[in-house]
Design a protein around this ligand. Structure first.
Ligand SMILES: [Fe+2]
Length: 291
């Protein structure tokens, strides 16, 4: 475990331990009650280096989570919430509670909200109430996924763009919310968008395999059969455990991840046990590919 930073104003130290083979680190020693620009800049640098950061027992408050989030950029509001709840201001921090009315629905590999032109760049999740067992979250390293392709496949994939579209999982949740009339409006409002399959990270310059589970609708320029086969292949490819890290939550834990170079999957095997998390995302740029 390497000591990588020391506050100028306090004696505390930040320690970082990589926990995945290619990415992901557990960080200790951050005082979320006294965040400074120096500390949040340091966290962002670590995020660029490791892709996913875990803070065991951070016990971050909603206010602290908001301060942390705003240090990374503009807070993003889930675009559907503006449609399903036009009558109220939608807070950008939201609680995810797993209940019979709201069962877990993120048990598939994805990066968040790729069905808009500028998907979020960062996700932040705090564990408030955790079941006795199950409900782990997995992350996949999209840099490693790209790096492990043969040069021939890398070159082929760098030419491709995919259409991303809002998934039935989200539309079904809108129906469950008692807003079935909103579904056709949402589909109209959010038509499919194109993203490169290989994405260049705007800060690191590294290339990532920009897959997004059920949000991937089709491969542009391919016929239906070719497109379906390639999307199935990509879904199978990202399922390789060699690209993954798995976090077993304890109450008070905090995870921060870079949406541009990771996928995540929230296991639902704790259900019907109750779970409560507090999440937010930060607005991102339009994905691009640069050789
Ligand atoms: Fe997600």
């Amino acid at each position: 475990m390497a000591v990588i930073a020391e506050s100028n104003t306090r004696t505390e130290q930040t320690t970082v331990k990589q926990i995945g083979v290619t990415f992901a680190a557990e960080v200790d020693g951050v005082d979320f009650a006294n965040l400074t620009d120096e500390v949040t800049d340091h966290i962002y640098d670590l995020l660029l280096e490791y892709g996913v950061l875990f803070f065991r027992g951070a016990n971050i408050t909603a206010e602290q989570q908001e301060i942390l989030a705003r240090s990374f950029g503009e807070p993003a509001v889930f675009p559907i919430s503006r449609i399903t709840h036009p009558e109220r201001e939608v807070p950008f921090l939201s609680e995810i509670t797993d209940t019979p009315d709201s069962p877990p629905d993120a048990d598939g590999w994805h990066t968040d909200i790729t069905w808009i032109p500028n998907p979020p760049k960062i996700g932040i999740l705090a564990a408030l109430d955790i079941p006795e067992s199950g409900g782990d979250t997995l992350w996949a390293d999209l840099y490693a996924a790209y790096d492990n392709l043969s040069p021939v496949m890398q070159e082929f994939f760098e030419k491709l763009t995919l259409k991303h579209v809002i998934s039935d999982v989200i539309l079904n949740a809108v129906v469950r919310l008692g807003k079935p009339e909103a579904v056709s409006y949402i589909k109209e409002k959010f038509p499919p968008v194109s993203h490169p399959l290989i994405r260049t990270h705007p800060d690191t310059g590294r290339k990532a395999l920009f897959v997004a589970g059920h949000f991937m609708q089709s491969v542009e320029g391919m016929n239906d059969k070719e497109s379906e086969m390639l999307i199935n292949w990509l879904s199978e490819y990202i399922n390789n455990p060699n690209f993954h890290v798995r976090w077993r939550w304890q109450e008070g834990d905090l995870a921060i991840w870079d949406e541009r170079c990771t996928n995540h999957r929230a296991l639902s095997n704790h259900y019907p046990q109750y779970r409560r998390m507090r999440r937010c995302t930060i607005e991102g740029d339009v994905p691009f590919f640069s050789a």
